[in-house]
Each structure stands twice: as structure tokens, then as C-alpha cells.
Design a binder for this molecule. Structure first.
Ligand SMILES: [Mg+2]
Length: 411
């Protein structure tokens, strides 16, 4: 690997720790230290978990009944994307105070162009990264990890290497030492199959990856592999994209990892994809008007269904309902499936400050604001200054005690 100078280029990657679970803890401090699972919808699958839940063996994609066997006392909450979107917006607003060039990569992850930023703030990259982490935790209540390096891939690997709540700075001259301790599977974009292939050729660490000769790399992983190698060597291939063009579609698809005839398994995978798709729409302030659902048969043949939505929306509830309609049309008992996916098309920009477009009522907004206020008061004057019991008297939809679990049910 050829040596690069310390800062030919500087990019930061900011990644919130266990984002959905941390958001829930931020508005319900009583949940701190308890295992938390966030569900795609009631009684579906675990789409996110806290570190405590992970320690109990709960994994993302696990059906809720299975998780409840492992952790009956964990807190099970339905995902609330309007709220996660608000926290996400706050987080990105903080980043934009430090650098004007910020890329929203996902709901809880962003890249920041850092060239010239040290001079502007008269601080080191480490101090800046620490400042950003502290500002995020102070203003949103959730922790983030920050990596700063010379390319975006290295910055992302740096933030990943020290989670939760860590700062990692990798200047050019320290890349080699950093990559020597990282397994090839940890390189972003290198999945299970590629890892297995690389291992066959004796490539086990990220440092060994940078030593694969260019012609061989192209044969193994194509042009993508070559670009990745450059990024790991400290040569920036992709910069920070501050204004990405409006995508034609947003898709989430994957193989199920087995052949299955189970209605529950296929529907759980679809509901997981739907969640991830909605999180991208919310993070990027996009709406969709059209949903395509497909199932891949054992024969690799694909069956698809199209659902036109009544309005442009980014609401999990509406999109999940459309996916369920599509799934009901497509699924055949006795048929063997290997994969599935959800594709949103007819994408448009959500005008800012029009929460109704996301399918939430004014009432939802008011109650959410109330909850946040209560948490602020409690934080300031002690934990039970305003008790949850008092708020439970707020009249609930369908007589459900709204704030018993202070959640706006999303689906
Ligand atoms: Mg994260």
C-alpha cells in the first residue's frame, strides 16, 4: 500500500448508536438500562434493538414471539417514524452548524465534508468530532459515534470501529495500522458471499484487501471492488454528496437466505424491507405514490403486484398497508419462495413543515410535543415531577391510554 500524507482530504462519518431504541429512550428515560425492541408493526418482527436486548440474543429480523421467549420483560414498542424523523432532522441541523456540506446517508447516518473546517473552528478533527457528539447528545438525548478520515469509506469504518459514543480519527499515515486489525467482512459493501470468495484467495483483513493487485481485484469484485480498494488506500473516489438528485425509485430487496413456504417468514421479511424503505423516505424527506411488491420463487421467477397509493406519502402505516395488499395478492400456499422486495416509485420531495403529507394528524403532533415537554420538565426538575399517570388522562384514540406507552402507533 502506498503511503498517503495525513490530510489530503477530510471526511467525517456520523452514525447514531442503536438509533430507534435510543430515540425511544430519549423520550422515556424510565426505559434506560432496560432491553428495548422496536417492532415493524404490532406483533411482527424486531427491526431494531438496544444494546441490552442484543446482549440477550435478540437479533434484527426476529419474529416478536421468538424475542419474547428470550426476553419476556423487554419493552416492545411499535416503530414511530414521525418521531425518529424529527430526531434525525435535529441531528442533521447540528451537523450543518459545523460544515455546510452534509450528506444525509440514512435516517441516522451522515457524511460531512471537513476540508477547511479545522481552520474555520480553530480546532483539531478530534476536538470537532467530540464537540459534534456532545452537541447531539445534549440536544437530542442520543449518542453518536464519529469517524474522521481521508475517504468516506475509511470514515465510515472508523466510526464503526469504536461504538457506542466514540471518536476515531484516522489520518493518512495511520491507515495501514488501522486496516490491519479489521476483518474483510467489516468493509462496507462486502457481504457474506464476497467475504467467502476473498478468503479463498487468502484475503482475511482489510489491509490484505488493499494489497490485492488491480487486475485480480477487477476479476474478483469488478469495478466496485477496485473503487473500494482505492478508498481504503486513502484515495477518495466518492466525495460528500450534498444535493443528491431525486431518485427514480427507492427499493429494498433481499434473498430470504433459505427456501420457504411459510407465509409468516415471507411476510416478516417484507415488513422488514418496508421499514427500511420508509426510514430512507423519512430521512431524505421523500414521498412515494406507487408501491411495487414482488416475491421471488424457488425457480428465480418473480411475481409482482403494483399498488397505487391514494396520496403521496411517507407514512409507514399507509405504505405497510399497501405492501400487505400486494402480498395478499401474490402469496400462494404451498409455493416455495427465496426472496422478496418492495420498490417505491413516483418519488417526490416532501415540502418541509407539512406533517400531514406523512399521514399524521395534528393531534399526533400536539401529543408528541406534550410528551417531549414532559420529558424536558422531568429532566430539569427530577424524574417524576410530571408523572405518566397524569398524562394517561389525555383522551386517547379508540380509548387506548395513549401514553401508557408514549407511542404514536405507526402501523
Ligand atoms: Mg446507526
Amino acid at each position: 500500500m502506498t503511503m498517503v500524507s495525513n490530510w489530503p482530504n477530510a471526511i467525517a462519518h456520523i452514525d447514531c448508536d442503536a438509533f430507534y431504541a435510543s430515540c425511544e429512550m430519549a423520550r422515556r428515560p424510565d426505559l434506560k438500562g432496560r432491553p428495548i425492541c422496536v417492532l415493524s408493526s404490532q406483533n411482527a418482527i424486531v427491526v431494531a434493538k438496544s444494546y441490552d436486548a442484543k446482549a440477550l440474543g435478540i437479533t434484527t429480523g426476529m419474529p416478536v414471539w421468538e424475542a419474547k421467549k428470550l426476553a419476556p420483560h423487554a419493552e416492545y414498542l411499535a416503530a414511530d417514524f414521525r418521531y425518529y424523523g424529527q430526531i434525525s432532522d435535529k441531528m442533521f441541523a447540528i451537523l450543518r452548524r459545523y460544515s455546510p456540506e452534509v450528506e444525509v446517508y440514512s435516517i441516522d447516518e451522515g457524511f460531512m465534508e471537513m476540508n477547511g473546517i479545522r481552520t474555520l473552528w480553530r480546532k483539531s478533527f478530534r476536538q470537532l468530532a467530540d464537540d459534534i457528539r456532545l452537541a447531539i447528545v445534549r440536544e437530542t438525548g442520543i449518542t453518536a459515534s464519529v469517524g474522521v478520515s481521508v475517504t468516506r469509506t475509511l470514515a465510515k469504518m472508523a466510526s464503526e470501529s469504536n461504538k457506542p459514543n466514540g471518536t476515531t480519527v484516522i489520518p493518512g499515515k495511520r491507515i495501514e495500522r488501522f486496516l490491519a486489525d479489521i476483518a474483510v467482512a467489516e468493509i462496507p459493501g462486502i457481504g457474506r458471499n464476497r467475504t467467502a470468495l476473498l478468503r479463498k484467495f487468502g484475503v482475511h483483513t482489510a489491509l490484505q484487501f488493499t494489497c490485492v493487485e488491480d487486475g485480480m481485484m477487477t476479476r474478483l469484485l469488478g469495478r466496485h471492488g477496485l473503487a473500494l480498494k482505492r478508498e481504503l488506500c486513502g484515495i477518495s473516489v466518492t466525495g460528500v454528496e450534498t444535493e443528491p438528485p431525486l431518485p427514480k425509485s427507492v427499493a429494498r430487496t433481499a434473498s430470504i437466505g433459505q427456501l420457504t413456504t411459510s407465509r409468516e417468514i415471507v411476510s416478516a421479511h417484507l415488513s422488514y424491507h418496508t421499514m427500511r424503505l420508509v426510514s430512507e423516505l423519512v430521512a431524505k424527506h421523500l414521498l412515494t405514490r406507487h408501491i411495487h411488491v414482488f416475491l421471488t420463487l424457488a425457480t428465480f421467477e418473480r411475481n409482482g403486484a403494483d399498488i397505487r397509493l391514494e396520496i403521496e406519502t411517507g407514512s409507514l402505516r399507509r405504505i405497510m398497508a399497501a405492501v400487505k395488499t400486494g402480498f395478499a395478492k401474490l402469496f400462494r400456499a404451498g409455493e416455495s419462495y427465496r426472496g422478496c422486495g418492495v420498490v417505491a416509485t413516483h418519488i417526490s420531495h416532501a415540502a418541509s413543515a407539512t406533517p400531514d403529507l406523512f399521514g399524521f394528524s395534528k393531534e399526533d403532533t400536539r401529543q408528541l410535543d406534550l410528551m417531549l415537554t414532559v420529558n424536558r420538565i422531568n429532566k430539569k426538575y427530577g424524574d417524576s415531577t410530571v408523572s405518566l399517570a397524569a398524562i394517561q388522562m389525555v383522551k386517547g384514540r379508540k380509548n387506548r391510554p395513549r401514553f401508557h406507552y408514549p407511542l404514536i402507533m405507526a402501523g
